[in-house]
Design a binder for this molecule. Sequence first.
Ligand SMILES: [Zn+2]
Length: 490
Amino acid sequence: MNFPRWILPCRFALPVSVFASLCLTSVCLAASYPAQPDYLEHATPVTPAPPDQAIAGALQAIQPANIEKTIQTLVGFGTRNTLSSMETDLPPGQGITAAADWIAGQFEEISRQCGGCLEVHRDTFTEVPSDRIPKPTTITNIYAILRGSDPVQAKRMYLVTGHYDSRATNVQDPRIAAPGANDDASGVAVSLECARTLSKLNLPATVVFVAVAGEEQGLNGSTHLAKLAHSEGWQLEGVLNNDIVGGNTTPGDTLQLKDRVRVFSEGVPVAATPEQARRIRALGEESDSPSRQLARAVADADRTYFPAAAGAPFAPFLVFRPDRYLRGGDHTSFNREGFAAVRFTEWREDFNHQHQTVVIPPPGSSDPILGDLIQFVDFSYVANVARLNAATLATLASSPGLPVKVTMVTKKLDNGSTLQWEAPAGAAAGVHYELLWRETTAPDWQFMQSVPVPAAQGPIMVTVPISKDNVVFGVRAVDSAGHRGLAVVP
Ligand SMILES: [Zn+2]
């Protein structure tokens, strides 16, 4: 404000390239300017972490044939409408209760093959009547816990879920055929494949594999399980919800893409208190919720385990909104309880094959086939979604967890940035940190700087000559093998 006017054009208006030729005053000649902004000056682009060979090997075991078997079996229950749990005269092997028994049996079988490594649970409750539930209805969520191998890290949990209930056009019809092959037998297949795969690894943190019911009636099962997790104090650091991940294959659809899956994440957390929302607005952290860091971790795991160079790239397409228009999903139940949660969904949905009563038009008709039939599911696509889920879960469950009390030290006005944080609880020796940053308009972390292993206990403090006003900073903990944890913003 009080600068002599003749300095201003040099400092603020002229591009560096023309600076030397146009600035002729002694003040200008005395100054020298960097060739690029401070945040690029000290930057190493974020590169993929090295793959963990045990994880990479485990991902190979995820095969479309298993997924086909799972979806085929689930479709075979005729209907998995949540209300069918109250029908007492269904033929044997039909209805949602039979499906629940089968899923629990699958988890038990997987557990037998790993020496009883899974704790298989049923979360059964009676839902009171509401819009889509005409009478008190029994709902059962099935979940299997793979306890972490490290007694301290085992408190940290990651969860993968899909919903095993299905519906036809009339969501309250408990008897009509509702195959639900894509929506959401595909998501249940992802949970089961993750259990099969990850149960063979030695993961320090805990992973929970879930199939919920009541999604189509109003997220009833996931709401109950998320509240249970909250009330039991589960230290859930991330929830991956897979809903409609079948890679719908309608003949003639030229717009479906099989090399990507959408990953939806909330911005300002739905569970933020007014005070937290105020701080988010003040700091411009609308795109830095824990759910969004989880979405970025999915992308990071993808770059490690689906390298484009390998010839078969498969990538998450991050969508920065909680869900699609007019739709909801089970991740929202976990968001509401304050947990980080994202939703995986195929690139392009065909609404003729969701929530529709099955109609097969007569030969020669130009009408579309209606109904969520298995013939439209691409098992290879579901396998890629399952591999991406498993890679993310295994990486995060092997990571040291989240740095705590991450703060930007702002005692005075200055153009540098000092960040301070503390190690995750029970962090092992060899844990180090990556300071991350990106332009405020960039969707994902762009740059990083490694922070050496601290010599002593206590808070870790780092100062960089980069203006905190111009970029978003984050910190993540990395173990000695390179497993990266979730980023935390100050
Ligand atoms: Zn669904």
